[in-house]
Design a binder for this molecule. Structure first.
Ligand code: ARG
Length: 452
């Protein structure tokens, strides 16, 4: 019997169905059904024989889904209904007992929580793999000078290791966000029923324990309404992808002939269909372009959840495609970032030359005057005048005679030559977190300890 006297419009079915994408939740759906059946029997809600029949049928369902022989039916609206329908075909009427004390509302929230937790863990592992690759690259290029930039203008020289380590700290924060996301999936929704709880003396704690939840959601209304953990995942992913987009763009710039700092491996480059000489950093460009797609998923789900009355609304079915595409896109980007960095070869000379422009030492010259007691703001002006004269006359600062220097300030004496000696610009940055080599080594150790 059905409540309805008319069949569904095929276009409504197309709009309403989620099977095409939510089928990937099946391992979690089967796992949850096993735990639910075991609990129903333990509580005397179904018999032990019925439980065994359900478990036998679920095993067949799982192997059919695993090997791709599961017979999906045209009327299967979502993975939950498909599994129950097939289970009932296999074990007969008892299959209909599996849904005792359960609703698709608490069922889907539980599946999505399990999925999100598993994917947060997988993302943490991919982030750690990328961090390790960055640590190896930082170690290998520990004392390779390069220009540090602000406004994409050469600003102050740094070591390449220091620059690469910046990404390690960004990824460390990403890792923390994904761990937080996993924590947010720790309350079991199952047992909330449709929204108000169920008419049976279930043991939610048992189900929580067998599915690896830390506890049970204390409010059945919140349990089926909550998708915060999906928003948390998307938020963490949006920030992480944004970090990778910055890495991607640096690789695009650095691999251009204009910079010439890095050559990407052939495995991560492509050619042009018309210009035979081209080697394009497509993977790095795509790292740049994938981030807004993930940010879009986050924005879209915020839109779905915005002002949505409690509890379950079909709108929430829209959580999945945003989540799934985010997982797939981010994981691909993390693999690509790692692959590109592992195969990148940096050009020590090109970077050193770009970092050896004396004007880059302007701040160090100003600091020399500071050490002589001149207030920094005045030093800034004195050195700006010097730089202007150098630029106007097309000369290097080291070409200035002692008299020319002294004309700008009596303190610009013999020590100027020392300041202009290139290593000193880097090695003078002795503050904690700075680019002086002992500080970078210290930082590298601290970064390694994150993964120990
Ligand atoms: N496919 C649905 C979803 O993903 C499952 C929950 C349906 N519940 C309902 N009462 N219609 O959200």
């Amino acid at each position: 019997m059905s409540r309805f006297s008319e069949p569904q419009d095929p276009k409504f079915q197309e709009l309403n169905a989620s099977l095409s994408f939510d089928r990937r939740l099946w391992p979690h759906d089967v796992e949850q059904s096993r735990a639910h059946a075991a609990m129903l029997a333990a509580q005397g809600i179904i018999s032990a024989d019925e439980r065994d029949e359900l478990l036998r049928g679920l095993a067949t369902v799982a192997s059919e889904l695993e090997e791709g022989s599961f017979p999906f039916a045209p009327d299967d609206e979502d993975i939950h209904m498909a599994v129950e329908r097939r289970l009932t075909e296999i074990v007969g009427r008892v299959g209909g007992k599996l849904h005792t004390a359960r609703s698709r509302n608490d069922q889907v929230a539980t599946d999505v929580a399990l999925f999100t937790r598993a994917q947060a863990g997988a993302t943490v592992e991919l982030i750690e793999a990328l961090m390790r690759t960055l640590l190896v690259a930082a170690d290998r290029h520990i004392d390779w000078p390069m220009p540090g930039y602000t406004h994409l203008q050469r600003a102050q020289p740094v070591y390449l290791s220091h620059h690469l380590l910046a990404y390690v700290w960004m990824l460390e924060r990403d890792r923390a966000r994904f761990r937080f996301t996993a924590d947010q999936t720790q309350s079991l929704p199952l047992g909330a029923g449709a929204l108000a709880g169920v008419n049976f003396a279930t043991d939610r704690g048992q189900v929580a324990q067998s599915l690896g939840f830390g506890g049970v959601a204390p409010n059945s209304i919140d349990a089926v309404s909550n998708r915060d953990f999906v928003l948390d995942f998307l938020g963490a992913a949006a920030t992480c992808a944004t970090h990778l987009s910055r890495l991607g763009n640096e690789l695009v710039l650095w691999s251009s002939q204009e910079f010439g700092f890095v050559t990407l491996s052939d495995a991560w480059s492509s050619g042009s269909s018309i210009m035979p000489q081209k080697k394009n950093p497509d993977a790095a460009e795509l790292l740049r372009a994938k981030a807004p797609r993930i940010v879009g998923h986050l924005t879209a789900l915020h839109g779905v959840m915005h002002a949505l009355p409690l509890t379950y609304n079909k709108d929430m079915q829209e959580d999945k495609e945003h989540l799934f595409d985010t997982v797939d896109t981010l994981h691909l980007c993390l693999h690509a970032a790692r692959g590109m960095l592992a195969g990148a070869s940096f050009d020590r000379d090109r970077m050193a030359r770009a970092a050896s422009d004396e004007l880059i030492a302007a701040t160090d010259l100003a600091d020399l005057l500071v050490r002589r007691g001149v207030p920094f703001r005045e030093c800034h002006g004195i050195v700006a005048g010097l730089v202007r004269e150098a630029v106007d006359s097309g000369r290097a600062l080291s070409d200035f005679s002692p008299a020319e220097l002294a004309a700008h300030s009596e303190h610009l004496d013999g020590e100027v030559a020392e300041v202009l000696a290139q290593r000193s610009w880097l090695e003078s940055k002795v503050s904690e977190g700075g680019t002086a080599l002992p500080r970078v080594r210290e930082q590298l150790e601290a970064a390694r300890a994150l993964l120990a």
